[in-house]
Design a protein around this ligand. Sequence first.
Ligand code: HEC
Length: 97
Amino acid sequence: MRIVMPLLCLLLSLPAQAAADPKLGKPLHDKQCVACHVKLLGGDGSAMYTRKPRLINNAVALGQRVAVCSAQTNAGWFAEDEAHVAAWLNQTYYKFK
Ligand code: HEC
């Protein structure tokens, strides 16, 4: 029994982590987010994520910011969608551990 619970927890936590897929985040971001950042900053809008100082300084804050923005834009995203986008932004621009 003692070994079963940790194993069960591990198995249950796997799908949530596997769900954050940067490849799925890019198209969502392109559709819902990029236009406004381009309008504000020009170029491809990515200056929003590379400016100094950046608003966002860790992975948790990035996840929260994506959630707030997606709520504001009525994107209709699920938590997985937000995780995909946060993962893509992190992989591409922020590079938090
Ligand atoms: C209506 C315009 C608009 C839309 C749509 C929008 N954003 Fe933003 N976003 C902004 C503005 C303005 C800021 C800068 C806020 C500030 O400086 O306080 C920002 C900042 C951010 C930042 C922080 C950048 C930093 O400094 O590190 C992230 C991350 C971000 N947006 C993600 C998103 C995501 C993800 C979406 C799509 C769900 C999105 N945004 C949609 C206007 C928008």
